[in-house]
Ligand binder design. Structure first.
Ligand code: SF4
Length: 221
């Protein structure tokens, strides 16, 4: 790393900390239990520490959680993780996995976008992930890279379509949607359109412990 790169790294670390702490304050005022971590490694250790051995943990479609190595950390401490990202599952087995994820003791997900004032914005094709965010008889944990922060609701919705979805459909492959070819959203009417259900969490829903680990790194899409 050259001196300019070193300097910029340190500046971004400082700016991300300030931004992260501002968002954490907004989230705590909206009923979440929110924390800021500079690194995903520290955050992953803290999450693994707070989940008792023997717990079941549901993990829906999220690159962030997988990038952080959380599935391995939780398995190593004796937790059972339920997740449906296995291309060998039949449609029926996949549906069964969705249910297991939702019924687990903990549900760990990221978010497509989070506004500075603490609003979560997510768009699903199937709806299983946003269902688990909206309600569950379990504890919910959001893990969020600093790249997901947006100034307001409008920019958050635009982020989901223009920033999160093109790489997501590229990862999935086989989806004949314009953003997979163009790299941006044209609000398509394709039969394969993956943007089908939107959840906007304005406050932490009643009756549930919801934790947010905001991390000063780019994670997921
Ligand atoms: S609406 Fe269509 S083009 Fe836009 S992000 Fe969703 S799938 Fe892609």
């Amino acid at each position: 790393m050259n001196p300019m790169q070193e300097k910029n790294k340190s500046i971004w670390k400082d700016v991300h900390k300030k931004l992260g702490e501002s968002v954490v304050k907004a989230l705590n005022a909206k009923g979440y239990k929110a924390y800021y971590f500079s690194s995903s490694e520290e955050a992953a250790k803290e999450i693994a520490n707070m989940i008792p051995p023997g717990s079941t943990v549901g993990i829906p479609g999220t690159c962030t959680v997988r990038e952080m190595g959380l599935i391995e950390l939780l398995s190593d401490k004796g937790c059972t993780t339920h997740h449906h990202w296995d291309p060998n599952l039949s449609p029926e087995e996949r549906k069964a996995k969705f249910k297991e994820e939702l019924m687990s003791d903990y549900y760990i997900t990221s978010t497509n976008a989070l506004t500075i004032d603490g609003t979560f914005v997510n768009i699903d094709g199937t709806g299983n992930r946003i269902a688990g965010m909206a309600w569950g008889a379990n504890k919910l944990i959001f893990v969020v890279g600093i790249n997901k922060i947006c100034p307001d609701l409008d920019s958050a919705l635009k982020r989901v379509h223009n920033v999160a979805t093109p790489p997501n459909v590229t990862r999935l492959g086989g989806y004949d949607v314009p953003c997979a070819k163009l790299g941006y959203c044209v609000d398509c009417n394709s039969p394969s359109r993956v943007c089908r259900a939107t959840l906007i969490l304005e406050r932490a829903p009643f009756g549930r412990d919801i934790y947010v680990f905001l991390i000063g790194e780019n994670l997921g899409y």
